[in-house]
Design a protein around this ligand. Structure first.
Ligand code: ZN
Length: 248
């Protein structure tokens, strides 16, 4: 018996039901649009949940918050069609603002207990030099919600969801935006789809900003695939939920 047989690295390619929790509207697609498109093509059902309202990144200052939110959602639905997202949800916490960590965790417990995913994607909260608190809070609250989903004494934000929750197995969590990947997913076949999806986010990028983003993604996808037999990759840290505590 080894630690690896006790807590095997979960097989992300077997995922059938994914909950992808992102700080902002575009993070899932920017970081993991290639692998998510591929998993969808393999038959997985994909749910996106966006923690903040993302309003600070909107480039058109003349838009009201309501009009900006509508545009952001329009972009997100267009991108989601390409990736194959089944359902979108929004928690609406203030982008780059003050909000309660435990309120986010309660909401995430609710969605995990409702959707019952076999895999959960989110931003790696332990990314060294990550300066955006939305990313750190989202990743950490998601990791805790994955660990605590089966412990219904830890309340979600909806008691009816908690009392109806039958329990289920979460096979793994996949952190994107990570510096310690244990998987480089081959996204060569879905790179074009990823790029088309990312380019839907027009409300948050000037055309120069989008060009820079595309160039950065292009270089990064090739860089992480160096030493493999494929052209483009996305790095992920995939862990069994029990590996999220005390260093196992
Ligand atoms: Zn973000």
């Amino acid at each position: 018996m080894t630690i690896e047989t006790l807590l095997p690295t979960p097989d992300i390619f077997s995922a059938k039901r994914l909950l992808c929790v992102q700080p902002h509207y575009d993070d899932n697609d920017i970081a993991a649009g290639g692998i998510l498109t591929q998993l969808r093509q393999n038959g997985a059902e994909i749910f996106y949940l966006t923690v903040t309202n993302d309003l600070m990144g909107v480039i058109d200052d003349t838009l009201s918050p309501e009009a900006a939110a509508e545009r952001l959602k329009r972009d997100q639905f267009a991108a989601g069609k390409i990736v194959g997202v089944s359902q979108q949800g929004w928690l609406g916490y203030p982008d780059a603002g003050e909000y309660d960590y435990f309120a986010v965790r309660r909401d995430l417990l609710k969605y995990i207990r409702m959707i019952q995913p076999d895999f959960v994607f989110t931003a790696d909260p332990w990314l060294t030099y990550e300066g955006h608190r939305d990313h750190i809070q989202t990743g950490l609250a998601t990791a805790e919600a994955v660990m605590f989903a089966g412990m219904t004494r830890i309340a979600s934000s909806d008691p009816t969801v908690d009392s109806a929750y039958p329990g289920h197995e979460i096979q793994g969590v996949a952190f994107y935006y990570t510096r310690e990947p244990n998987i480089i997913a081959d996204i060569s076949s879905t790179w074009d789809d990823k790029l088309t999806a990312v380019q839907c986010y027009q409300t948050q990028f000037t055309s120069e900003g989008m060009d820079d983003l595309v160039m950065g993604l292009d270089l990064k996808s090739r860089q992480v695939a160096m030493g493999t037999d494929f052209e483009r990759g996305e790095p992920l840290k995939t862990l069994h939920p029990s590996a999220l505590h005390c260093g196992f």
